[in-house]
Design a protein around this ligand. Sequence first.
Ligand SMILES: NC(=O)c1ccc[n+]([C@@H]2O[C@H](COP(=O)([O-])OP(=O)(O)OC[C@H]3O[C@@H](n4cnc5c(N)ncnc54)[C@H](O)[C@@H]3O)[C@@H](O)[C@H]2O)c1
Length: 373
Amino acid sequence: MSTTPILRLGGLGLGEGRSVISAALSAPEWEIGMICDLDEGLCRERCREFGEMPWTRNYAEMLGRDDIDVIAIYTPDPLHAPHMLQALEAGKHVICTKPLLDDLTPGPALLQAQRASGKRVMVGQSTRFVESMMRQRADFEAGRFGKLVSVEAKYIHDHRNYMNGKWGPELTKTMNWVYLGLSHPVDLVRWYLPEIEEVFAYGLLSPFAAKAGLQKADSLHAVLKSADGVIAQVTGIYGVPEHHPDRDALKTCTLRGTCGTSTSDYPQLRYSRNLDGHQPEWIAFPELNDYYYRFGGYMHHAGEFENYLRHFAQALARGESPQPDLEDGLRTVAVMKALERSVESGTPVRVAEILREYNVFCTYPTNDFTLDP
Ligand SMILES: NC(=O)c1ccc[n+]([C@@H]2O[C@H](COP(=O)([O-])OP(=O)(O)OC[C@H]3O[C@@H](n4cnc5c(N)ncnc54)[C@H](O)[C@@H]3O)[C@@H](O)[C@H]2O)c1
C-alpha cells in the first residue's frame, strides 16, 4: 500500500495524452484534476471513455486551478517549450512527453524558469518504463554484463500516418524525426552512457516524407562515442513499412559487456540475455500485456505512463528529482542536436560544443530510476 501523497494531474493534449488519463486513474498516487484539448470533441470523447471529469479547451483555465499539482504535456513537439514555460510560471510541476524539445534554443529559459519556480520537470521517456527495458536495466545495475563495450538502440516504425497532415501543414513541414523518433533510442543510449562526447550520423529524406512536405531526414543511422570510450549506435527509420513483428521489434536496446550481452524489445514484452556461466535465456512477460496495452493492440501503451507517473510521485515524496529530469533531458536534446548537425555537415560533432553554443550547462543525474512495488 502506497503512503505517497496524492498528486492531482492536469492533462494537456488528449491524443497520446489518453494514456496518461488511464494511468492517473489507476495509479494509487494520482487523481485527475482536469483535462484540456483545443478539440472539444476529443475532450468529450475522453469523458465518455473514462467517466466525467472537468475539461476545458483553454490551457490558461487549467493552469489557473489551485487544485492541480502537475501538468502533463502531450501537445505536438514544437509546442512543448511554451507549454512547459507557462506551467512553470503558473507554479506547477511538469511532466513533458518525449521529445522534451525539438530544438535546444529554449533550454536556458526552461532551466531558469524551473529554478525560479522550485518545481520538478520530468521527461515522459516512456521506453525506459516498459517491462523488458526495466528488466535489462536491473541486470545492468546488478553488474551482470560487466563493463560495457557497446550500446545499440533503435526505433524503426512506419509513421507515414504522422507525416500525412496529422499536425496540420505548418507543423508537418517542420516535423523533425531526429527528435520525434530518435528521442527514444538516444535516451536509451544516454541511460547507459550519460556522457556522450561525439556523434556522427547520416540521414535521408524518404520519398514519402519528401512528398508529405517534410524537410528534415526521417531515416537515420548514427554512431556515438562516450567520454570513457564506449561506442554506441542509434537507428531510426520512419517513412517506409516496418518489418514483420516476428522478425523484428520496433524498439530494441542491446547491451554488450565483458560478462554478457542482452537485448530488450518493445512492443513485444520480451528480453534475451546471455551471461558468462549461464545458459542463454529468453524472458517474456505475456501476463503484463493487458497492463501495458490496455486499449487493445499496441496503440497508446498506457502501462509505461503509469510506471512513470508512479516513479514521479515516489521520487517527489523522497525529495528527489524524477528521472530523466530537465537537465538530463536537455543533455539528450543536445546529443540529438549534434546528430542533426552531423547529418547536415557530414562530419562528427562534439556534444560539448553544442551545449556551449546554446548556453545550456547542466549537472549529471545523481539518482536513478526506482519503482516501489
Ligand atoms: N511514447 C510516447 O510517449 C509517445 C507516443 C506518441 C506520441 N508522443 C508525443 O506526444 C505528443 C503528441 O502526439 P500525438 O500523437 O498525441 O498528437 P495528436 O495530434 O494526436 O495530439 C495532440 C493534441 O494536442 C492538442 N493541442 C495542440 N495545441 C493545444 C493547445 N494549445 N491547447 C490544448 N490542446 C492542444 C491537439 O488538439 C491534439 O488533440 C508529441 O510530442 C509526440 O511526440 C509520445
